[in-house]
Design a protein around this ligand. Sequence first.
Ligand code: TRP
Length: 451
Amino acid sequence: MLVSAASQHHWSQRWVFLLALVGATVGLGNIWKFPHLLVEQGGGAFLLVYLCCLLVLGAPMVMAELALGKSGGLSPVAAVRKIAMDSQASRFWVVLPLLSVLTGFIVFAFYSVVSGWLLSYFFAGSAGRFDGLGSQDLESHFSNLLDDPVALLIWHSAFVLLVVGVLLKGIRGLDHAVRVLMPVFFLLLVGFLLVAAWQGNIQRSLQLMLYFDASDITLQTWQLALGHAFFTLSLGMGALIAYGAYLPPSHNIGRSVIAVLLLDTLIGVLVGLVIYTLVFAAGLEVSRGPGLLFITLPFSFGNMAAGQWLLGGFFLLVTIVAWTSAVALLEPAVQVLNKRFAMGRSWSVGLVAIAVWLLGTVALVSFNQGQEWTLAGMTLFDLLDFLSAKVLLPITTLLLVLFVGWQVKSEVMRQALSTAGWLFNIWLVLIRFVVPTLLLIIIWSNIYSRF
Ligand code: TRP
């Protein structure tokens, strides 16, 4: 038998772990934000800036989180506590993973509501409901969905159940889900690339996304690139710590990190190619965010031959992307309950699921009955987004970096990372000086853009 008793707590294979990381990092951001950033911010020139941010900020942070998880044991809180103790640092640092878990929670509520829309569009699209509809009809279909709290609640609940289904079985469930879902995702992506090449002009989209205009690069470009690098790598929410906890001690973290950075970027570019090519083939202009996914795309696909297949396939692809990210968003909280309160896995998953379900339910009312309930001009949904992405996330990450760089003994990190000496030295300089500075820039620009 391949699976030994010890490996029951580990990813079954190195490539499965890699796929899990790709699943956790490739999310809605890669689909509705990244391609648009490329188009708007200088194409290839933006890509270069962005790759710099990935290497300088992203890679060291991903390494730090995975290493914390790998050497700390089965929960982000336990990991930080153990490493703080090994380094004789204050126990206060345990607040950190708790804050990250809280952030992940809030982001999940947001993610789950939007993923509910995806599920609804998957079923409606593959049943042919959008075939031949005009853009007006599609706009009203979308706004009717948002106006209907019961429908939103049903889809949000269904998505929570999908995530619970994966989480219940612990690492075996995660491992299994990744083995099935990620290959389906890759097949769909390749399928869509072929359809795009056949139906439209891929070269035109490539030019649109990868033209090179260095004069478009401004300070704002750097801020956007930094912010996106940070979000797309799923940093600061305990997700990578939680996934790192299932790594065998011998795992070399450095190599996985490079693979994930490249794949995350490549997938963003490929998805952009598919979307733009097919939208242009239908004679439309591109937009971004929810409008792109829920109005422009159904319109383009719904008016093509075999539109219902295309729509079903596309929303399945996006649902998988959201699903594998959502699982990673909740795993840290489940681990904390599981380990800290010695609660069984099922109980932990159940409690976490009820809590996020409630939070999502409160959030989804922002689109209908609760549209008027605002604070500082934001609905509850926007407030959750603002609180998690702009406030909690940068602050907890800054603290995490300071902890790892300045509080943890470098010997402890050297062992946890188990990489070559020179690489460790570069990592240390980045994590001590460069990353905190960049994080301060992000925090500053978030506050600045708000007021
Ligand atoms: N990276 C995801 C995206 O691109 C979103 C995300 C942010 C996430 N933090 C996370 C996913 C933590 C899983 C876990 O959309």
